[in-house]
Write a protein that binds this ligand. Structure first.
Ligand SMILES: NC(=O)c1ccc[n+]([C@@H]2O[C@H](COP(=O)([O-])OP(=O)(O)OC[C@H]3O[C@@H](n4cnc5c(N)ncnc54)[C@H](OP(=O)(O)O)[C@@H]3O)[C@@H](O)[C@H]2O)c1
Length: 512
């Protein structure tokens, strides 16, 4: 064995200090639910942890009248109510000086003239000569076209300022509307200015899928149809629709979760190695995956997808209502809150390997994980003694715990020849305990946008291709009457048909 083997090299982990230029962030919808619960607390934490440059400004833009001071009060309450730790008054004092408010209507051109003047004024007084503006669209989808149009008319997109645009999910409501939205935004902004956000991509384990696959030599050779029997992706939520009934009634589970979060995860699991770690190389490979997902016709959809809507039940010992009993939901609503389906990726690597996806609300537990189920060994040498149904499963846990577990069989101690299932695991919280800060998804994504890194944001072609995968299912489900809804109890693992889907193929969903 050569001496190199013993020459262990350590990779120095550099603490990434923000190399962010002074900027002004305009939050359209700065008083909405997303701003209150996520954006404003995240910006405060970034400032507190000294990730932001000294010179930055945040302008909340919404219709309700407020002064700058009243908005600062609003932001303070948002941080107090939505942060895990108590507010640090010294940091708040510093942060609050950077906050401003502009009251205006999204449709009202005059508001944008006032915004322009405000930007001139703020960038002059607070920034050292740079004019980086980030527009955050924390607004209802239907407001977007009007805002983009008026920003463009008032010359606030290109030229005077250097700008970026963050757009929230859902991006459109089908492929046609996504194309239209892309066309509209594309008239005002270049693709390299557009950041289509999906907070799932800000999660450590989701990013880690790529590191795990492409930075280690032991798994990638097995990552294909020769060794993998099937893949399962589960995004289970215990919560219901909370206060989002009006959005959810129109969207349903596919638009809410499958088209974006699940497709993103699917692409990271299935993509080919990119030729480099730059944003476009990665996004090229992800887009290829969406394009190779087999198109589903009606017959396939009826056979290999399952829809569900939750009835009442008990979760965490609490009685919860059925979906159709929730506030602002139609009593005879056809909106699905559960999806399960089998996908095929028709390329060289994955031919014949089914990807089973399931997601739903009011399920037994909150859990998001990807499990890679390897094929059985060619000969079951030990099967006379013990039949193991799950010999090797690699589990990438995304939430509630970010971890990686490999399940395998060992000999049970004793005189007989008995196989026994055991596991090796890596757990982010446990194994990096005390050493590192785990950024919240929005922290990571906001920082990336401030730095101009688009890697974790969806590109135009990717978004449209994701819709192309799910559009036929949405159409079919909307055209045909729903089965007897509700068809699963809150607190269960979903409709029985979802179990049948795998059982009929000699497999079963992982259970916890
Ligand atoms: N909430 C979430 O957790 C979440 C998660 C992921 C994605 N999203 C997406 O994020 C976006 C925002 O969602 P949200 O839940 O924050 O919405 P929301 O609570 O309804 O907030 C809407 C915001 O827009 C402002 N607004 C609405 N109409 C206006 C108008 N005509 N002129 C000026 N301001 C106007 C409201 O201000 P006033 O109240 O002052 O009028 C409010 O600040 C949506 O696209 C949603 O799909 C939300």
């Amino acid at each position: 064995m050569g001496t190199d083997f013993y020459n262990i090299q350590f990779c120095e982990i550099l603490t990434e200090k923000a190399k962010i230029q002074p900027f002004t962030m305009v939050i359209f919808g700065g008083t909405g639910d997303l701003s209150r619960r996520k954006l404003l607390p995240t910006l405060y934490h970034l400032c507190k942890d000294q990730h932001l440059p000294e010179e930055f400004s945040i302008i909340g833009f919404a219709s309700s009248p407020r002064s700058d001071d009243e908005y600062r009060e609003f932001v303070k309450r948002a941080i107090e109510e939505n942060s895990e730790e108590a507010i640090d008054w010294g940091c708040w004092e510093n942060f609050s000086r950077h906050i401003f408010y502009l009251s205006g209507g999204f449709e009202d051109e005059d508001s944008y003239r006032r915004l322009s003047l405000r930007l001139e004024e703020i960038t002059k007084t607070t920034d050292k000569g740079t004019r980086e503006i980030i527009y955050y669209m924390a607004v209802p989808q239907q407001s977007m076209p009007g805002i983009i149009d008026r920003l463009s008319i008032c010359k606030l997109c290109k030229g005077v300022f250097s700008t970026r645009l963050i757009v929230e999910k859902p991006f459109g409501s089908d492929r046609a509307s996504a194309i239209e939205l892309n066309r509209l935004i594309g008239r005002a902004f270049d693709e390299n200015q557009i950041y289509r956000i999906d907070h799932y991509l800000g999660k450590e384990t989701v990013q880690n899928i790529m590191f795990f696959r492409f930075a280690n030599s032991i798994f990638e050779p097995l990552w294909n149809r020769r060794y993998i029997d099937h893949v399962q992706i589960t995004v289970a939520e215990a919560i219901g629709i909370e206060n989002r009934a009006r959005f959810y009634e129109k969207a349903g589970v596919i638009r809410d979760i499958v088209q974006n979060h699940m497709m993103q995860i699917l692409s990271l699991v299935a993509m080919e190695p990119p030729i480099g770690f730059e944003a476009d190389y990665i996004r090229d490979e992800k887009a290829k995956v969406y394009r190779t997902v087999r198109q589903m016709d009606n017959e396939y959809i009826d056979r290999f997808t399952v829809r569900g809507q939750y009835g009442g039940g008990v979760i965490h010992r609490q009685k919860v209502p059925a979906y159709h009993e929730e506030k602002d939901v139609a009593r005879d609503s056809n909106t699905p809150t559960y999806f399960a389906g089998k996908f095929h990726i028709d390329n060289w690597r994955w031919a014949g390997v089914p990807f089973y996806l399931r997601t739903g609300k009011r399920l037994k537990k909150r859990i998001t994980e990807i499990s890679i189920h390897f094929k059985q060994p060619p000969l079951k040498l030990f099967s006379a003694v013990c039949e193991i149904s799950e010999p090797n499963v690699l589990v990438l846990g995304v939430q509630p715990h970010e971890k990686i577990t490999l399940n395998f069989g060992v000999k049970h101690p004793g005189i007989g020849n008995q196989l026994y299932p055991v596991s090796m695991d890596f757990n982010y919280e446990r194994d990096f305990q005390g050493n590192v800060h785990f950024p919240l998804p929005y922290e990571r994504l906001l920082i990336d946008c401030m730095k101009g890194d688009q890697t974790l944001f969806a590109r135009q072609d990717g978004v449209e291709a994701m819709w192309a995968v799910v559009d036929p299912i949405i159409r079919r489900w909307e055209e045909t009457p729903a089965p007897e809804f509700p068809n699963y109890s809150a607190g269960s693992w979903g409709p029985e048909k979802a179990d049948d889907l795998l059982r009929s193929e000699g497999r079963q969903w992982r259970i916890w």
